[in-house]
Design a protein around this ligand. Structure first.
Ligand code: CA
Ligand code: CA
Length: 579
């Protein structure tokens, strides 16, 4: 432990001793090791989703039983991708349609609820989901589908501040959990399918006022703000027109729709960026920086410290938002990302230098591998869907079969890392798609794809596969196949367990070393959200949100037969060991 971390631990212990203490920066910085609360998305800002708790372990997990369950209610259900937060005897959990609830953590009793009044015209690409909130001071803060940030008093649910982030009519929305680091509230935007401009914004979490913005598209200008709200230039991102021709950078996508992670050791925040817009890559020759990348940000000035592009000139909506999780590998601080494009990357967390890259899915048609020297993919030229302005296919360019499908080798569902086993637990999917390009021009608020697609399963018996991945060797140590595509996140614990949910409705616990299933529970609807664990007094709890939905039932094409029998829902479950 370095000096900075010891300081943080001491400050946190001090803050924790006061009754009803407000959530501080030091407490957030130490979240991963304090077992009495869950203050951040990722169970720690660097997103490892590892708990040091051991009461529930490989020997005792068979005695895990429900403590309580709470229904989100309402006639509208749809996808529930939220990770609960736990603090001060309360659970804060968001749900579909921009709702948030505070619940008594011991009884499940409802303390308050806030529901954003959403306009008719919201344009979420991929269901009306929300992935969670952030805690700071006495506030709980979350983003809404009409692109607002709302901060509520933790005790009363009263609105303390509310800020418009952008125009929902132009395709902007918010679905990710905000990140708090170094006293800043850090958020991205959704809307990559509508030609929005992805960016990261830093705000004062107490007031919601902007501190700086950093666009993720080359040529776009960032701004900084003084305490009075005066705006000034904070520099252009990259070099205008270097990797985007003509005016294409003005509607270039790179939505930061999954939010970010922050590492105490490097002091950097890491945001993934989505697909370049439109999907038709022939309309924007070049690498299209900084789309489909991991971007490391210096929080003191809002400048890009480094970036690594996983899919240069993306032509498949391989996006690139997947979370970047930092960890120690042979004494070096590195980060890992399981990308939608099917490759697993390990990078130096300080510099972005590629350390390792290997496939974590079995079928990849667009590249033979990643060149570890240059950091670039070795493309398979025939794997790119054709240019509709060339050849005989007419308006619809040549169709290709591409794997993974655009929904990805992994999508929004976060993986977990265990420092005990030194393995990542990756919720992967094996599927492919027929994809073709079409002409398209930008129109505000219109879908900006220029492509069509049909998704297909590759194997009869499964699409989903939970895989234990060794980041050093690239070996898949074990896997558990799942009939439907996996869409929920993963958690691992010092009790030697890995928890994950399935669209078929089961929350499962398996042995982290072997993948042997040790426990499961049917939650009544499909799970597309990540579990959490914490200790309240002397009792360790596990919680997960249940409610089938998300992008798969909307965009899944031929895979409907694997999921169309699943029922919607909307509830949060809490478990503990029976006496
Ligand atoms: Ca904690
Ligand atoms: Ca996308």
């Amino acid at each position: 432990m370095n000096k900075k971390l010891i300081m943080v631990a001491l400050l946190s212990a001090f803050a924790g001793s006061a009754a009803n203490a407000a959530v501080t920066d030091a407490m957030i910085a130490n979240d991963a090791t304090t077992t009495g609360d869950v203050l951040s998305w990722g169970m720690g800002t660097n997103g490892q989703r590892f708990s040091p708790l051991t009461d529930i372990n490989t020997k005792t997990v068979s005695k895990l039983v429900p403590a309580w369950s709470f229904s989100f209610g309402g006639e509208k259900q749809r996808g529930q991708e939220s990770q609960p937060l736990i603090y001060n005897g309360k659970m804060f959990v968001t749900s579909s349609y921009s709702r948030i609830y505070a619940l008594d953590v011991k009884t499940g009793a409802k303390l308050w609820k806030y529901e954003q009044r959403l306009p008719e015209g919201i344009m979420p690409c991929c269901d009306v989901v929300n992935r969670g909130a952030a805690l700071y001071d006495n506030l709980v803060i979350f983003g809404t589908l009409d692109a607002y940030l709302v901060a509520l008093d933790q005790d009363t649910g009263k609105v303390v501040w509310k800020e418009k982030v952008d125009d929902y009519a132009a395709g902007y929305s918010m679905s990710a959990a905000p990140l708090i680091a170094k006293g800043l509230l850090l958020t991205g935007v959704s809307g990559g399918e509508f030609g929005v401009v992805g960016r990261v914004e830093a705000r004062n979490p107490r007031t919601g006022k902007l501190v700086w913005t950093r666009p993720m598209i080359e040529g776009q200008t960032g701004y900084k703000y003084d305490e009075a709200g005066n705006k000034s230039d904070n520099g252009v991102t990259g070099t205008t027109n270097k990797t985007w021709p003509g005016d294409t950078w003005k509607t270039g996508g790179a939505a930061t729709w999954l939010g970010g992670t922050y590492d105490n050791v490097t002091g950097l925040a890491y945001f993934g960026t989505g697909n370049p817009a439109p999907w038709n890559s022939h309309l924007r020759p070049g690498d299209n920086l900084y789309s489909a990348s991991t971007v490391a940000l210096d929080l003191t000035n809002g400048q890009i410290k480094w970036s690594y592009q996983t899919t240069p000139h993306d032509g498949w909506d391989y996006d690139g938002v997947n979370e970047f999780i930092t960890f120690d590998l042979d004494g070096k601080r590195v980060g890992a990302k399981a990308d939608r494009n099917g490759f697993f990357y390990v990078m130096d967390a300080n510099t972005g230098k590629l350390e390792n890259a290997f496939p974590f899915v079995k079928n990849i048609t667009w590249a033979t591998g990643i060149d570890l020297k240059t950091g670039r993919p070795n493309y398979i030229d025939k794997g790119r869907p054709g240019d509709p302005t060339k050849g005989k296919a007419g308006d619809k360019g040549e169709t290709v079969f591409a794997a993974p499908a655009f929904l990805g080798g992994k999508n929004q569902m976060p993986m977990a890392y265990s420092p005990q086993t030194k393995m990542f637990y990756v919720p992967a999917n094996e599927w492919g798609m027929d994809i073709w390009n079409e002409p398209v021009s930008y129109k505000k608020g219109g879908a900006f794809l220029g492509a069509g697609f049909t998704i297909h399963p590759i194997y009869d018996d499964y699409i989903g596969a939970l895989r234990a991945v060794n980041p050093k060797t690239g070996k898949i140590v074990w896997e558990i196949k799942n009939n439907a595509p996996l869409w929920g996140g993963v958690m691992t614990t010092a009790g030697g367990l890995v928890f994950y949910g399935t669209p078929e409705g089961f929350l499962k616990a398996v042995d982290a070393k072997t993948g042997k299933e040790l426990w499961k529970f049917q939650t009544g609807s499909g799970i597309v959200a990540p579990p959490v664990t914490w200790k309240e007094g002397t009792t360790q709890y596990v919680s997960v949100v249940s409610g089938w939905g998300g992008a798969v039932p909307l965009w899944g094409g031929d895979i409907a037969k694997k999921v169309n029998f699943l029922e919607q829902g909307g509830s949060v479950w809490v478990f503990k060991l029976s006496k």
